[in-house]
Design a binder for this molecule. Structure first.
Ligand SMILES: NC(=O)c1ccc[n+]([C@@H]2O[C@H](COP(=O)([O-])OP(=O)(O)OC[C@H]3O[C@@H](n4cnc5c(N)ncnc54)[C@H](O)[C@@H]3O)[C@@H](O)[C@H]2O)c1
Length: 293
């Protein structure tokens, strides 16, 4: 059964964390009735409070009309029961914790409980949807839909098909992404890091190698990226912002997938982590932040 864009009225977002809540609000602002489901009632309550204050700020800044904000918040429903929430879902975006067993169980439940026409997507950054497609019983309706953080702001969404995702599904996911006010980019097959994280990884690797070889300082490499290439942040500033532990985790996950030595965690990052320097969040990474933050 093909799923046309017109069939999509009810959206289900699984996971109300940093990404899920903002993806849900994006769908609600675009006019979709949206259920946010999480196993944690506390997380749902935090997400709700967070979105209410986000909308208030936007209204105060004149970037959102009060009526539109209110309508969008009213389109949101909150639930801890995925089986119940899935029954009426036409389109699902899973944004739960980045662990394969967690996602596998969610997709198994979605396959069992969601209507046959429902498209099931995952926002995972590192797990290709082929890993959870079979347990749904409808692999042709499964793909990655990878938003960027913060999802309410960032325009790009990477749509990644696996080898059994149907043309119909791809077409509807691309159109749905546009209707959310986002810009979809399509990957014709699964590849670790998709597009954006691969580009970012290449720049970071080169920057780390240049600094490690003593060719230029961290500060000068960042200055070059900003002032010669027009990047909003230098690669070291960005790694400090993301967190060096996260950078290492991504490298480990990528290496596990590719077995390519150049994807291994960089020794400079590993050495900084051994000193407790995790980036901004710990007060120090490549730079020291203790006095400025
Ligand atoms: N944080 C980012 O910058 C970012 C960017 C793009 C994609 N992603 C992807 O988005 C997903 C979520 O990331 P996040 O940063 O929002 O994580 P998060 O830790 O902020 O939130 C995850 C949420 O999932 C919930 N959860 C755990 N198990 C669940 C289950 N079985 N059913 C329903 N909810 C469950 C948790 O209670 C939590 O609220 C991950 O797959 C990640 O790879 C993250």
């Amino acid at each position: 059964m093909s799923t046309s864009i017109e069939m999509i009225e009810n959206v289900l977002v699984v996971g109300a964390g940093a990404m899920g809540r903002q993806i849900a609000m994006t769908a609600a602002l675009a006019g979709y009735r949206t259920t946010v489901q999480d196993i944690s009632a506390d997380m749902l309550s935090t997400a709700r409070t967070d979105l209410v204050s986000w909308t208030k700020e936007r209204v105060v800044k004149g970037k959102l009309q009060q009526g539109d904000a209110q309508d969008a918040l009213e389109r949101l429903t909150w639930s801890t029961d995925v089986e119940h929430a899935a029954v009426t879902a036409d389109f699902v975006i899973e944004a739960a914790t980045e662990r394969l067993p967690v996602k596998t169980e969610i997709f198994r439940t979605l396959g069992r409980c969601a209507p046959d026409h429902a498209i099931l997507t995952t926002n995972s950054s590192t797990l290709g949807s082929s890993k959870v497609a079979d347990v749904t019983g409808r692999p042709e309706k499964v793909c990655n839909m990878h938003f960027f953080n913060p999802a309410l702001v960032m325009k790009c969404v990477e749509v990644v098909r696996h080898d059994r995702t149907s043309e119909d599904t791809v077409g509807t996911v691309l159109e749905f992404t546009r209707r959310l006010g986002k810009l979809p980019v399509l990957l014709s097959r699964e590849i670790p890091g998709f597009i954006a994280n691969r580009l970012m990884g290449a720049v970071q690797r080169e920057a780390l190698d240049l600094a490690a070889a003593g060719i230029a300082t961290v500060e000068d490499i960042d200055t070059t990226a900003r002032t010669a290439l027009g990047h909003p942040m230098g690669p070291f500033e960005l790694m400090d912002m993301i967190g060096l532990d996260v950078i290492n985790f991504i490298a480990e996950a990528t290496y596990a997938d590719t077995q390519d030595d150049s994807d291994k965690p960089h020794p400079t990052v590993t050495a900084l982590l051994a000193q407790g320097r995790q980036g901004r969040k710990s007060g120090a990474g490549f730079y020291d932040y203790a006095q400025s933050s």
